[in-house]
Each structure stands twice: as structure tokens, then as C-alpha cells.
Design a protein around this ligand. Structure first.
Ligand SMILES: [Zn+2]
Length: 107
């Protein structure tokens, strides 16, 4: 497990698409591409269902891929890199949300 001490972004960043605070989330047990592990113990995700990126994503995926899916805006805390991550329902990835008041559970 990667240490979080050197992470650049330790406080919830703001989503540039909707100006909402992003949520600390643990990575899903799958990776988005071959040879690409997450390499982080958590990342930041915008869970705003009204987020422009999320709303447009449904249309985009439907039109281009005929799929019922969208993506949410995410930010990697270690280097500040921003990405989008595919979700297949409004609840996608919510299972990984870290409640801040519980504190860190990692060692
Ligand atoms: Zn957003």
C-alpha cells in the first residue's frame, strides 16, 4: 500500500465541472485498463448527480456506444492528476465512499 503522506491533495478538491466538493473514495477492485493499477489508497470523486460531466456522460455513452453508462470526475491525490472514471449507475463507486468522520482506517 502506498503511503498517503506525500499526497499532494489531502483535502477535498472542488470539481471544475460543478464546483462541488469531491468525496474521498477507495478505488474499486478493478482497474480501468491493462497494466494500470490505481496505485493510490483513495481518490477524490465528484458524486454530484447534477455535475455537467456526469449528466452529459449518459448522453455521450448512449449516442456513441449505445450503453447506459456515464463517468464521474476524479482526481488522484498523489499527483493531482485528474481523470474520468466510468460508472454504470448513479450508485456506481458509492460503495467506496470514505466517511471523513470515521477517520483513516488504513495503517
Ligand atoms: Zn462535478
Amino acid at each position: 500500500m502506498v503511503s498517503t503522506e506525500n499526497y499532494k491533495i489531502k483535502k477535498a478538491p472542488t470539481c471544475p465541472h460543478c464546483k462541488q466538493k469531491m468525496t474521498k473514495t477507495v478505488p474499486p477492485p478493478y482497474s480501468i485498463g491493462e497494466g494500470f493499477g490505481w496505485g493510490v489508497s483513495y481518490f477524490w470523486i465528484c458524486f454530484n448527480d447534477d455535475c455537467a460531466l456526469f449528466v452529459k456522460g449518459w448522453e455521450h455513452m448512449k449516442e456513441n456506444y449505445g450503453k447506459s453508462a456515464s463517468y464521474r470526475f476524479m482526481c488522484l491525490p498523489d499527483n493531482g492528476l485528474t481523470e474520468t472514471i466510468a460508472v454504470f449507475s448513479h450508485d456506481g463507486l458509492r460503495g467506496g465512499i470514505v466517511e471523513e468522520d470515521k477517520g483513516e482506517e488504513e495503517e
